[in-house]
Ligand binder design. Structure first.
Ligand code: PGA
Length: 251
């Protein structure tokens, strides 16, 4: 079902106590100002998940930032989707551009991760997006289409209906350079066309597609006003409870 969602990707920030304080602040402010039709999700580091789960109100979702592509065994340092679910998270970010870029995660790896997440009852937030070079060459739609087609290979329409998509142009992440509302709308609309071709127009219409990349309280309203933008995946601005809630109030 298509929903309005604002998710905070904390990345590798906050020590446990700081994370707990931030989660508490977010919860308190959400109680006062979160619009009823908006779902808030926080994605802290793995180490924080069980502790944050204990203090987070029912209505706020908890996400991991990554999961393993295998289900268990000798994979030192990896965290499985089942472990994430057992820590109390209901969501997992998969395919963030930092994972693709710095940890060489391929579309095939991400396809396995999506399947692991789904098999363990987690809702994946599946990220796609082109880099600056690809945007300048004019091949951004082609790049995103391939990421979606390969990442979603052999995932049925029924399974896909649980997935949230996030469009995050790499050139806009952490750079202060946001996609214009038109660029975001164009790509989100294109993503729905790709999903329509893979699945059906009903599935494409029902998919929640978030925008990510230097989204802040100053630009969220214009981005979220677009017909195909259902919310945001927020990095830097999600580390400040006030900014995060201001973004969530921008629909
Ligand atoms: P940013 O990050 O909001 O700091 O640009 C977004 C993201 O990487 O999810």
């Amino acid at each position: 079902m298509r929903r309005k969602i604002v998710a905070g990707n904390w990345k590798m920030n906050t020590l446990l106590q700081e994370g707990l304080t931030l989660a508490e602040e977010v919860s308190k402010k959400a109680e006062k100002s979160l619009p009823e039709n908006v779902t808030l999700i926080v994605a802290p580091p793995f180490t924080h998940l069980p502790e944050i789960k204990k203090i987070l109100p029912q209505g706020i979702g908890l996400a991991a930032q990554n999961c393993a592509s295998e289900s268990s065994g000798a994979f030192t340092g990896e965290v499985s989707a089942a472990m994430i679910a057992s820590a109390g998270a209901g969501y997992v970010i998969i395919g963030h551009s930092e994972r693709r870029q710095y940890f060489n995660e391929t579309d095939a790896d991400l396809n396995k991760k999506l399947k692991e997440a789904l098999a363990n009852g987690l809702t994946p937030i599946f990220c796609c997006g082109e880099n600056l070079h690809e945007r300048e060459k004019g091949i951004h739609t082609e790049v995103v289409r391939e990421q979606l087609e390969r990442g979603l290979a052999d995932i049925s329409g029924d399974e896909f209906s649980k997935i949230i998509v996030a469009y995050e142009p790499v050139w806009a992440i952490g750079t202060g350079k946001t996609a214009t509302p038109e660029q975001a709308q164009d790509m989100h609309n294109f993503i729905r066309t790709v999903l329509k071709n893979i699945y059906s127009s009903e599935t494409a219409d029902d998919t929640t597609i978030l925008y990510g990349g230097s989204c802040n309280p100053g630009n969220a309203r214009k981005l979220f006003a677009n017909a195909d933008v259902d919310g945001g995946l927020i990095g830097g601005a999600s580390l400040k409870a006030d900014d995060f809630l201001a973004i969530a109030g921008s629909f």
